[in-house]
Design a protein around this ligand. Structure first.
Ligand code: NDP
Length: 395
């Protein structure tokens, strides 16, 4: 465990700090943001409790480095089985943990998947948020625990104004966004009705090497690494003209925490203020590995070919790709039934009120993700080429 209880000791007196130690409860702890936020809060001296879903295989990869043996004396990170679709479980965990702060990050968070599982998405993302807020009221904790809701730029959907800010009207374009719209308003409603310290962070897309492999940015950076190393022939994508404001998850979890520390609860847009197309992300990602792409065709016929390979780059060293080879193509199966064409956030309120600004911008983010995926894919290759294989001792 790399976090130690004296790390953030304001006055050097660990007994005093012990008395003041804050308790945070996170839903979605096993996800991208949950992992970054848990580590961030542990580094701030918090006791962190996370909700984890029961799964038939391990689902704690992203937080395994934070794990503490429950037999240790000063355990500050604990996981509890739970689910946003189970009210009784949420009431019991909140009662047991008695959190000062709750960060509701848990959600069926994939837009495309929400078209396939709209009812479940509404249950976990919309009603799940209500369940937590009601649990706080049932337990008489509505004035004790502060609440953060993971709202999303997808609320803007068919955008009514660019750039989007806190006052821009919403127009959700997916079951995911419609569910998150309910969660947004029920959070506002509980704040206004019961005086709860409840805030919405309207976060624009944020990514990292921990991003799930089916989200477009990670799908791209993973495919870049695999294509360059000869493990994959082609990357298939949907709408390459979609424009997004992409930031780094590590920066965005700090904004969540800052919102919860404010004297008054409020809603904030968190974004970089830059927008790029998916195509630009692909170009930058392949560029990082040393591959220049040239595009031809349009619409579903569009393809990306290798135009040049930079000498000394990872692609040149791997020696697999050839100029002229097609490595990117469109697959209409990845088109959304209703598209969100352009997202661009205006984070001025967060800058002014929270003193928050993104440290990592577009190119830094792409580089971080490609480098991590190149390392991960190479590690796998080396293990295989080094003769590592699991022996069957029963044969
Ligand atoms: P992830 O998909 O990486 O993580 C989602 C988390 O929610 C996982 O821990 C998942 O558990 C958990 N979860 C899913 N369903 C349930 C359920 N029914 N009960 C309890 N937990 C559940 O998402 P991110 O970390 O990227 O995002 C965090 C939050 O922020 C989400 O609410 C997302 O919608 C929102 N958001 C994200 C943005 C982004 O760009 N990343 C942008 C704006 C908002 P398991 O690991 O078991 O699947």
């Amino acid at each position: 465990m790399k976090n130690d209880k004296t790390t953030n000791n304001d006055n050097g007196n660990s007994h005093k700090q012990e008395a003041k130690r804050k308790i945070a409860l996170l839903t979605g702890t096993t996800g991208q943001d949950g992992a970054y936020l848990a580590e961030f809060l542990l580094n701030k001296g918090y006791e962190v409790h996370g909700l984890k879903r029961r799964a038939s295989s391990f689902n704690t990869d992203r937080i395994d480095h934070l794990y503490q043996d429950p037999h240790e004396s000063d355990v500050r990170f604990r996981l509890h089985y739970g689910d946003l679709t189970d009210s009784t479980n949420l009431i019991r965990v909140i009662q047991e943990v008695q959190p000062d702060e709750i960060y509701n990050l848990g959600a069926q968070s994939h837009v495309q998947v929400s078209f396939e599982t709209p009812e479940y998405t509404a249950n976990s993302d919309a009603i799940g948020t209500l369940r937590i807020l009601e649990a706080l009221r049932i337990l008489g904790m509505e004035k004790k625990a502060r609440f953060y809701q993971a709202s999303t730029s997808e609320l803007y959907g068919l955008v009514q104004e660019t750039p989007q800010k806190e006052t821009t009207p919403f127009y959700p374009r997916s079951p995911y966004a419609a569910a998150k719209l309910y969660a947004y308003w029920i959070t506002v409603n509980y704040r206004e009705s019961y005086g709860m310290h409840a805030s919405n962070g309207i976060l624009f897309n944020h990514e990292s090497p921990l991003r799930g492999e089916t989200f477009v940015t990670r799908k791209i950076t993973r495919a870049v690494a695999r294509t360059v190393l000869g493990l994959q022939d082609r990357l298939y994508l949907g709408n390459m003209n979609a424009k997004r404001d992409w930031g780094f998850a590590g920066d965005y979890v700090e904004a969540m925490w800052l919102m919860v520390q404010q004297g008054q609860p409020e809603d904030f847009v968190i974004a970089t203020g830059e927008t790029h197309t998916v195509r630009e992300f692909v170009e930058a990602a392949f560029g990082r590995a040393g591959v220049r792409i040239e595009w031809s065709g349009s619409g579903i016929e569009e393809t990306g070919r290798v135009a040049a390979i930079e000498p000394g780059s990872p692609a040149a060293k791997a020696g697999v790709l050839k100029t002229g080879q097609t490595i990117v193509a469109v697959d209409p199966r990845y088109f959304r039934p209703a598209e969100v064409e352009l997202l661009l956030g205006d984070p001025s309120k967060a800058k002014e009120r929270l003193g928050w600004e993104p440290r990592v911008k577009f190119h830094g983010l792409v580089e971080m993700m490609v480098d991590a995926d190149l390392m991960a894919q190479q590690r796998e290759m080396y293990l295989k080429s080094g003769g590592y294989e699991v022996k069957n001792y029963f044969e």
